[in-house]
Design a binder for this molecule. Structure first.
Ligand SMILES: Nc1ncnc2c1ncn2[C@@H]1O[C@H](COP(=O)(O)OP(=O)(O)O)[C@@H](O)[C@H]1O
Ligand SMILES: [Mg+2]
Length: 720
């Protein structure tokens, strides 16, 4: 019965579908094309296929069977169904097709646009208008009420006529076809229902291309051949609103994954080093997932050879740092790490006088330390700084700048030695760093360096009043070191609002943001005090100097500031108030998309800072260590930072414990690196005889299935 029908269908289809190389004709096309308007699709002639004993390319790529039915097509084991659009809404807004384009099941959508000569349409219109006017005139003559529908149509037609004559609008015919692919008939029916109701919600009337499934399928192939020819008139404006590529996509060919695009489920893959500057800023209220996102970013950036430097005030990056074999440097009264704020880079640069730069940043630093300075006090400080450097033999001459730099104590002594009574007062203000409560952190020669690909400077042991100062000094130190050697780097300043509290440190951060590009540096500023940050002009300047801006969940008190700074729409504002942890808006250049940050489970373990998760991890680790541990071994939870002598030794990433690759590239690199021979068929199965010693597990049997199949494909044969 079915075959019978198929035969009939085939003859029917044959009569309709042109053979290869022949152009399909559209119904009614003759009349239109005789008026010289419709371009006919042309396909290049294909060489006739001659059959020989050899297998041709067509044989290989062709499906083994195609079953054409009333309402679907079965190609091998896959089903397809084609819908065409029979009716369109009267009014549409821009991007009205987006629910269809972004439909969650893959669809093949073809849009056909045929330009029509305005002259023909005008002739038709003139006739129609004449008819309608006559109808209205007759109604009036006979004393009848004029039909309002005719009146409306007449007005529409007159407007159309006017616009066509003036050339404001042009005329087109438009065809829209959708082919739904599915694995099973049930799935096909279900998805069809979904698509139809989506279209119905757009006031589009879809119809199944019943008995024309083959034509429908061919029409939605990317060959630009319309075998169905079901079109409708459209003017330019209506046609423009159907433009399908209106959803924001931020998928680049290279870069790292930032998250999932919430508009259409695509991936946000992006390389910040391709933008005009490499800076990023992240704003959200506490706990919204800022640090989580940035940790993921730096972890993934490591794969692209970026060097990572992090200033970590909240002790959040330690786990990650240990896991990737990075260097974790803590500053505190008992820690060994020291930084001397008077350090010079010891690199002679042609156009920059480093001492001058240093003097500027030291001025800012001492203003942060001492509070506001009067002009007289500033002058004294300037003189004292110069004298301190001079006492060490360092002057404007770059050659002298490689000598040993002075220390805080030298400045203190210089200030004491000056005759001005005010200098004594200044000396008092830095006394706490030399012999008071802050002694031992920033008053000795630097003994840390940035040699690791992942370096974290932790401020957790410092009290709150000292943090902005410490951040300043560390940033200045990093900035000095960065300029020594050009390298792709990302510098993360978490809780950057510490720097914003004081105009001098804020201005220093801004100057780094402005000049970072020159040194191949991407500065990431993270802040939760969004309102304060954006109210500050320097904060705004940092935002303007960042190509990537990420906004996550906002506090209602800060939303106005945020929406003014970033020109948010009302919808985006509501999104930022209501979104979940890990969700936000991603701005890169002119694009913005809503994004959801996702991490693999291994990544999540490394980057989470949720107390309960961290505690569970620690417990698990302790349990692991306790089982094989020799008696009475101390159950270390986290390794303390290395003491001074070790700090001065380079620790290349690859030599330290668990390198990053094991975490991120585990799945990718391990199986490929295995040099053991490919499994032979019998090694994949347990041996039948039991006499042998336990069979060593062959490398490939432990691989995830997808690598197995890769190996099989490389091999050119299956082993099952
Ligand atoms: N995208 C996410 N997916 C899953 N959990 C997340 C995500 N973002 C944040 N979290 C959870 O929320 C916690 C707080 O996030 P965090 O980034 O530390 O907040 P903050 O914005 O204050 O820096 C994280 O430790 C993590 O457990
Ligand atoms: Mg944080």
């Amino acid at each position: 019965m079915k075959i019978d029908f198929l035969n009939k269908l085939k003859t029917r289809a044959q009569s309709k579908i042109p053979s290869i190389g022949q152009v399909p004709t559209r119904p009614g096309q003759d009349s239109i094309s005789s008026q010289g308007s419709l371009p006919t699709p042309t396909i290049p002639p294909i060489k006739s296929v001659s059959f020989s004993s050899e297998t041709s390319v067509q044989d290989i790529i062709a499906p083994s069977a195609i079953e054409v039915d009333f309402d679907e097509l079965k190609i091998n084991n896959r089903y397809t169904r084609t819908l065409f659009v029979a009716g369109y809404p009267r009014y549409v807004s821009a991007n009205w097709l987006s629910p269809l384009i972004n439909y969650e099941h893959s669809l093949e959508i073809s849009l056909f646009v045929y330009p029509v000569e305005s002259k023909n349409v005008l002739d038709d219109l003139r006739r129609k208008i004449a008819e309608m006017e006559a109808e209205i005139a007759t109604d009036i003559e006979r004393g009848r009420v004029v039909d309002p529908a005719t009146q409306a149509k007449l007005e529409d037609a007159q407007v159309m006529q006017e616009q066509l004559v003036k050339g404001i609008e042009r005329f087109f015919q438009f065809g829209l076809y959708i082919t739904i692919p599915a694995e099973t008939l049930e799935e096909l029916n279900e998805v069809s229902r979904g698509v139809e109701s989506t279209l119905a919600s757009l006031l589009i009337i879809p119809k199944h291309a019943t008995l024309q499934m083959e034509e429908g399928f061919k029409t939605t192939l990317p060959t630009c051949l319309d075998y169905l020819s079901i079109t409708r008139n459209m003017d330019t404006t209506s046609l423009a609103t159907t433009f399908p590529f209106a959803s924001s996509e931020l998928t680049a060919n290279e870069g790292i994954l930032y998250g999932i695009n919430e508009h259409n489920g695509s991936l946000i893959v992006f390389d910040r080093f391709t933008l005009e500057n490499y800076n990023a800023c992240v704003f959200a209220k506490a706990g919204a997932g800022k640090s989580f996102l940035v940790k993921l970013e730096v972890l993934r950036s490591l794969m692209f050879d970026a060097e990572i430097i992090i200033i970590d005030p909240e002790n959040e990056y330690e786990n990650l740092c240990r896991a990737v074999g990075g260097e974790y440097i803590t500053f505190g009264f008992n820690s060994q790490a020291k930084i001397n704020p008077f350090d010079l880079s010891q690199v002679i640069e042609e156009e920059e006088n480093e001492l001058n730069q240093k003097m500027l940043s030291l001025h800012s630093l001492f203003k942060v330390i001492m509070g506001n300075l009067s002009p007289t006090e500033e002058a004294i400080l300037d003189r004292a700084l110069m004298m301190t450097y001079q006492a060490k033999g360092i002057s404007q001459d770059p050659k002298t700048q490689i000598k040993e730099p002075p220390l805080m104590e030298d400045l203190y002594k210089t200030l004491l030695g000056m005759e001005d009574p005010q200098s004594r007062l200044l000396a008092d203000r830095i006394e706490k760093f030399v012999k008071g409560s802050f002694v031992g952190i920033f008053d000795q020669y630097s003994n840390v360096n940035i040699r690791n690909s992942f370096t974290v400077f932790s401020l957790r042991d410092l009290e709150a009043t000292l943090r902005p100062i410490a951040m300043f000094i560390i940033l200045d130190f990093i900035w000095t070191r960065i300029r020594k050697e050009l390298k792709k780097r990302i510098l993360v300043v978490d809780e950057a609002w510490f720097m914003m509290q004081n105009p001098d440190s804020a201005s220093f951060l801004n100057s780094i943001a402005k000049r970072a590009r020159k040194y191949y540096l991407g500065l990431t500023t993270i802040t939760q005090d969004v309102g304060d940050f954006l109210r500050n002009d320097l904060g705004k300047a940092i935002v303007t100097n960042s190509s990537i801006q990420i906004l996550m969940k906002q506090h209602p008190a800060a939303i106005e500031e945020v929406s003014q700074t970033f020109y948010l729409s009302e919808g985006e504002k509501q999104f930022l108030l209501a979104c979940d942890i890990g969700e936000g808006l991603f701005f890169a250049g002119n694009n913005h998309v809503a994004m959801k940050v996702i991490a693999s489970s291994q990544e999540h373990q490394l980057v989470t800072s949720k107390p309960e998760e961290v505690l569970a991890q620690k417990k698990a680790q302790m349990a692991k260590e306790e089982i094989p541990a020799p008696p009475k071994e101390q159950p270390t939870i986290i390794q303390k930072p290395s003491p001074v002598p070790e700090l001065t030794h380079p620790q290349p990433l690859s030599q330290t414990s668990v390198p990053l690759q094991t975490v991120v590239e585990e799945i990718i690199s391990k199986p490929v690196e295995k040099t053991s021979p490919l499994p032979t068929p019998q090694t994949n199965f347990p041996p039948l005889s039991t006499k042998e010693e336990p069979v060593p597990t062959p490398a490939a049997t432990t691989l995830p299935p997808r690598f197995k199949s890769e190996i099989i494909m490389d091999n050119g044969s299956t082993n099952s």
